[in-house]
Design a protein around this ligand. Sequence first.
Ligand code: GLU
Length: 514
Amino acid sequence: MNKKNIRVRFAPSPTGPLHIGGVRTALYNYLFAKHNGGRFILRIEDTDQSRFVPGAEEYIIESFKWCGIQFDEGVVTGGPFGPYRQSERKKMYKQFAEQLITSGDAYYAFDTAEELNQIRKHYEAEKKTFIYNAVERKRLKNSLSLSEQEVSELIDKNTPFVVRFKMPEDHTIIMNDLVRGKVEVNTKSLDDKILFKSDGMPTYHLANVVDDHLMQISHVIRGEEWLPSLPLHLMLYNAFGWEAPEFAHLPLLLKPEGNGKLSKRDGDRLGFPVFPLQWKDPKSGEVSSGYREEGYFPEAFINMLALLGWNPGDERELFSMDELVDDFSLERVGKSGSKFDPEKAKWFNHQYLIRKSDAELAGLFLPVLKKKGISTDLQTVTKIVGLVKERVNFVHELWGESYFFFQSPESYDEKAVKKRWKAVSYDQMNELKTVLTGIEEFTPVNTESVVKNWIEEKGYGMGVVMNAFRLLIVGVLKGPHLFAIITLIGKEETLERINRGLEMLGRKEVVNDN
Ligand code: GLU
């Protein structure tokens, strides 16, 4: 058997930034194409000029570049089925609308927007909804209700018209969706959708079906919000006498609480991005955050998205793009929506971060340090990063866990001082200075054993000494192993910090010591 050539497409409309649900749709298309040795196409659907937003197409392209999703054909790459931007294919669509008029599957409609609004209002007053359908069209102004002569007169007079699809009155359409299985719908519930507008542009429905056919698309994998359009699309393929592609409608990405589609408002409300890259609205100037700018690694972002709707059938959670390509199948895409989990998104980033080598992370951290005016060498930063990387989810969080390696404390945590700076601390820390000064080889192992021996010999409280010591070195009671810190900052800096701390905190009065 000849396996059909697999060709899939992602077909965004450049009406704003790309929602992460759209990125996931593109990702599943990409994985499906690569898994099956097929081709992946980027087509820009910009026929609705009223919704065009400058910069949106560039944003879409840059997003995929960042994600590592590559197209085999499309607006950037070109290819044998171009142009891939629908506005550049404009001339092509008219003949297809005319073909449907000739075959009796479509008709001219001359109703003006005001006339239709009037009827709609009338219906609303009676608590009914107006639908331009098989029943209503008989009494509206179109080439089905008017005589041939009336129609040609209207056209001769340049009366604006649209072309509508003639939906059969009572016909059951059986659809087979690769995710949802068999879906049935009766045309009674459907309206006569506009295929071609008075401005000479096709609507989404016509352009989408014509282009999927001309570009030889084998599988249409898209969001569930397009499922209601499927009956019309299948009817269109039928009317043209074309073989329809296979369809897979992907479940929605849901709000973290689970009810309803994940929206930008959810992101704003709960503080996570819903766009891959930061977006500045050209009209309002409003800035929406992006995964890239928030510090996510593209691999982590992709891994997280892949698992929001697809599962490998086992417990694995970490997948490289190549592993996803190997394992992906539409059979394992779930029918129900997936709740977006902002904490899980961070977890994925953490997993990718801790798996990076200390040297690679140090390379990413250096520019952050430079911005803070800290000049240091890669070797030192590599060691520091190795000590703290388990504690962070993002590269930019490394600073919060390691600033004390680069600067001595400017102040000391009040609560910790109250609790841990004891009456004995001043003298103990003074003594400690002498102990540390005497250590020749200032290594973690040496310093630890010498200091601990001294504590034991003197019969001091281990906790009392170590907490006071940490307070003077770090300023707060946190951070990695203290002996790792002091050996990295060096003997001289360690002694300086103890001196400064002694000066700042002074001797604690015994009365307050509890
Ligand atoms: N242009 C549509 C969109 O913006 C494409 C839908 C489809 O894939 O058919 O999502």
